[in-house]
Design a protein around this ligand. Sequence first.
Ligand code: NDP
Length: 316
Amino acid sequence: MNTPEKIKCLIIGSGPAGFTAAIYAARADMSPVLYQGMQPGGQLTTTNEVENFPGYPQGISGPEMMVELETQAKRFDTDVRFGFINKVNFTGPIHKCWTEEGHEIHAETVIISTGASAKYLGLESEQKYLLNGGGVSACAVCDGFFYRGQEVVIVGAGDSACEEAHYLSKLCTKVTMLVRKDDFRASKIMADRVKKTENIIILYNTDTDEVLGDGNGVTGARVKNNVTGEITIIPCTGFFVAIGHTPNTDIFKGYIDLDETGYIKYAQPGTSKTNVAGVFVAGDAADKTYRQAITAAGTGCMAALDAERYLAALEH
Ligand code: NDP
């Protein structure tokens, strides 16, 4: 059996939360090891242009930003590794974690920055225009600005979809909202706000058949009324998917307190502490409200500072 590797700080996940935590932890001499996970760079790698991260007045592409963050983390000797952690045991004072290859790590502190994954419809055409940056997005706040003065479609009927539809209605000339049932799942107040907004057109009992495009970008959506069977084509240049997110927290079940939807619960509001001493959380794994690169980075900083203070208290 291999001897477990003993480290001061393990960071799980490589979005803005993970890399920011790494920059702070490395500069505090904690020699962090960061496992990149299944999607190195996280959700930003599926974003075209990031224009709202302070410090980039001309904007920067999501993948480019992640390379910059990684370079900055490595500059201070963060050990950035490919691969992912697929098992943990947080029952003792030392936090045990295993990679998918069975490598065992004993970490004094762990920063969870595994993020969340947007849910998609799963249509081939949707994935095509998502991956080529051609008009499919799961984040209106990130990408809505690119469609100002244009017509867009948004799928979903929860609070997120309502919030995003309302956000888009201020930028776009027309927002068509596709609701698959005959009513909203969102809270009444959110649904009412959408219903009262003039340039939001709601189509109930409506499924997406296909995202239409010209090869480079979205040109419309073909939708089907699931009661009458009627097919309609809606012209649009942006197709927004707001059907929920899944936090990437499965491996922590049983050790870390999660809410009913799987998001990690903060043990103490205003900190990054979880219910396990020495285990901290940053970014979307604990955030279903803001979900922004800048908020993830901010909580990444908090987690590294909390981890540093935890280690300092152990040493005294
Ligand atoms: P939800 O899970 O609440 O809603 C998802 C929506 O997407 C549902 O309306 C669902 O339809 C629809 N949907 C799911 N799959 C498909 C599909 N394949 N095709 C079409 N539609 C689909 O997710 P949210 O992200 O909206 O919210 C998550 C949590 O965050 C909730 O607790 C919410 O209250 C909270 N939140 C609160 C906010 C606030 O208070 N400001 C803002 C944003 C979120 P159906 O109803 O038919 O199942």
